[in-house]
Design a binder for this molecule. Structure first.
Ligand code: ATP
Ligand code: MG
Length: 197
């Protein structure tokens, strides 16, 4: 079996690789961040029906890695507008960001980034343009991702929405909902309290 070694200490990585070889596996890497992991894993992309699932997973890891890379640069609070702009840049269609000034600790910012990425991805994959993302600060933080499409079916369920729901409710202690906009279109809204940590 091919096993990807993700470890930034070269000595430990070498030890792991050797151990894996002894056990009859084929070690790949080592890699030390998400970007490298995706690149290395792409070389092992299966050519059968699992290829699409593989690509979807790679895209998700890539987006988490992007958010992580942005956060890893500084220790202090993360500017929400800059974070959202960065996520929007990786979308294949234009995404308008309209963010009030707000900053979050890196942990909250990471969760917000992952949630925003899933919702923006849904907007361009399943909805219709234009896509507008708004962030309102204050006592509670509100993130809204709007598109002009008809929205998900009542019972729509996938890994993305599940991830969003879990991250919002358990990670941010907030609420998540998707609804129709009065003039047509769909709004996915996340609200979470200031003290979320
Ligand atoms: N903005 C949207 N407009 C229309 N339909 C949507 C929207 N967001 C989600 N949906 C519907 O809800 C379903 C579930 O979304 P979810 O994000 O959970 O899964 P997915 O996008 O299909 O796959 P993935 O797990 O890769 O995100 C989608 O397949 C789609 O049918
Ligand atoms: Mg999705």
């Amino acid at each position: 079996m091919r096993v990807l070694v993700a470890e930034d200490d070269p000595v430990i990585a070498l030890g792991l690789a050797e151990r894996l070889r002894t056990l009859g596996h084929e070690p790949i890497g080592p890699v030390n961040d998400g970007e490298q992991a995706v690149a290395a894993a792409k070389q092992s992309r299966p050519e059968d029906v699992n290829g699409q699932a593989f690509d979807d997973t790679a895209a998700r890891i890539h987006s988490i890695a992007t958010v992580h890379g942005l956060l890893a640069r500084g220790e202090g609070p993360v500017d929400a507008g800059a974070l959202l702009e960065r996520i929007a840049e990786s979308a294949p269609v234009p995404v308008t960001i309209d963010a009030e000034p707000a900053a979050f600790d890196p942990c909250t910012a990471q969760k917000l980034g992952i949630v925003a990425n899933e919702l923006i991805t849904n907007a361009f994959q399943h909805g219709a343009p234009p896509i507008v993302v708004q962030l309102m600060g204050g006592h509670e933080t509100r993130l809204q991702v709007d598109d002009r499409g008809n929205g998900p079916a009542e019972d729509a369920a996938g890994l993305g929405l599940q991830l969003v729901r879990d991250m919002v409710e358990q990670g941010l202690r907030g609420r998540f909902g998707v609804g129709a906009l009065p003039g047509g279109g769909t709004r996915a809204a996340v609200v979470f309290p200031e003290q979320a940590r």
